[in-house]
Design a protein around this ligand. Structure first.
Ligand SMILES: [Zn+2]
Length: 232
């Protein structure tokens, strides 16, 4: 096994520590619980006997057979999730007994969890940052004047029109952050070691900003929803 050049080995569950940029899975083969033949960690079922396998600890990208990158194709994500979930429909394993049915159900649950992580940009970014050995940035509330201004505007806002304007502003900035995260992650994933300070800090900073903006956007949404129409 060659050592990864993408950073120090991170502690994590077996099978998720390959640290590679994409594709190759370094996890160990495990014996099928039914026939004993070797099964790859991301295999849903044994290719020798067809038995549903229990889900192994895998990162969400690997679990759904997607390249580890921030700008995943969301349509492909949905397709992969739907296809794998169909293959693991517990009904298909009904004749094979309760253990395989339970395995299929656990696989479907694990697939769904991975899907939920990947379709949320913030959770996806955290998953990817973790995979490349990055450290989340500490949100610096006073460090970003623009966000401080938006927060102050939001604190002052007392009519629906102003709330909507702030919401629009926030959404545009959220979209921009999401757009900038893709190249920031690409840069971090292709950085030559040792990279000090870590190139992943760039992506981590954008992610922290995205979280602050998204928290403000959530506040706008909840305040907007709480507005009762004015009395005539
Ligand atoms: Zn088997």
């Amino acid at each position: 096994m060659t050592s990864s050049k993408s950073g120090p080995p991170k502690s994590g569950p077996p099978g998720s520590s390959s640290g590679g940029i994409s594709g190759t899975i370094a996890g160990d083969l495990e014996p099928c619980g039914t026939c004993g033949r070797s099964v790859a960690p991301r295999a849903l079922f044994c290719h020798a006997c067809g038995a549903a396998q229990p889900p192994r600890p895998l990162d969400p990208f690997t679990r759904l057979g997607l390249e580890r990158r921030f700008d995943i194709d969301l349509e492909q994500l949905s397709k992969q999730h739907a296809g794998f979930t169909r293959a693991m429909d517990p009904e298909r394993f009904a004749a094979r007994g309760p253990r395989q049915q339970a395995n299929a159900k656990a696989q479907a649950d694990a697939l769904h969890e991975a899907y939920e992580v990947l379709r949320d940009p913030i959770r996806r970014a955290h998953a990817l940052l973790d995979l490349i050995g990055g450290t989340p940035a500490i949100g610096d509330e006073d460090g970003d004047e623009e966000i401080a201004d938006l927060a102050a505007r939001l604190a002052r806002a007392d009519d629906v029109l102003e709330l909507d304007r702030i919401g629009l502003d926030l959404n545009q900035r959220v979209e921009a952050c999401i757009k900038y995260l893709a190249p920031a992650f690409r840069k971090a994933q292709t950085a030559a070691a040792p990279d000090i300070p870590p190139v992943s800090d760039g992506a981590a900073r954008i992610l922290a900003r995205l979280e602050r903006l998204e928290a403000l956007a959530a506040e706008v949404r909840s305040r907007r929803a709480a507005r009762t129409p004015p009395r005539p």
